[in-house]
Design a binder for this molecule. Sequence first.
Ligand code: AMP
Length: 215
Amino acid sequence: MRIVLLGAPGAGKGTVAKLLTDYDGSVQISTGDILRNAVKAKTELGKEAQGYMERGELVPDKLIMDIMEVRLREPDCTKGFILDGFPRTIPQAEELKKLLVKLNLKLDMVVDLDVPKDVILDRLTTRRTCSNPACQEIYNIKSKPPKPDGTCVKCGSPAVQRADETVEAITKRLETYNEKTAPLINFYRKEGLLKTISSLSSEEIVSQIKTAIKQ
Ligand code: AMP
């Protein structure tokens, strides 16, 4: 399948994307993960992106499109892809449309994960992420805790709070989402690709996506 997951930070895009990759071998492409790995590895991209990310702002569109143009041409994308956190702005969506025409590919669907703001805030402040770039399992200290010593159940690396999960950065990320990313809902509605899902359960969301894809 080739889908875009839209939704505010904390809406569950990463968790849903991981479940979908298990379903049909489509790859998860998370621009946030790519950028965090670049920051950790101190690459040129990472150095450029770090300040924006820590402030809860968006990284410039040009940097993101350069990453995505390379990523979508990689051979593993032929099985399908789940775009998690991209596009994030109208210009990115316009550029993605052109890129897909160039690659002779079509999106199956754009899923908007619609989650109430109080749930989002609670999820983001209680989220922990495995610090091992090859794992990045997502935890929640209330509903899916890491091991009692704070390490990842899967790989044993420390599960940590992301640098952009302070209250200030979260507030800024939500403002950025409302201003820059929420307009994509109408963009994709006009394209006839939008499916809105309001469930809070990732299993239920995945099941609704699978059913819609089969139709
Ligand atoms: P995420 O993990 O998707 O919440 O992304 C974390 C941070 O990475 C965001 O707050 C942005 O600073 C940056 N980022 C991720 N994806 C994009 C994108 N498509 N466009 C611009 N910035 C992005």
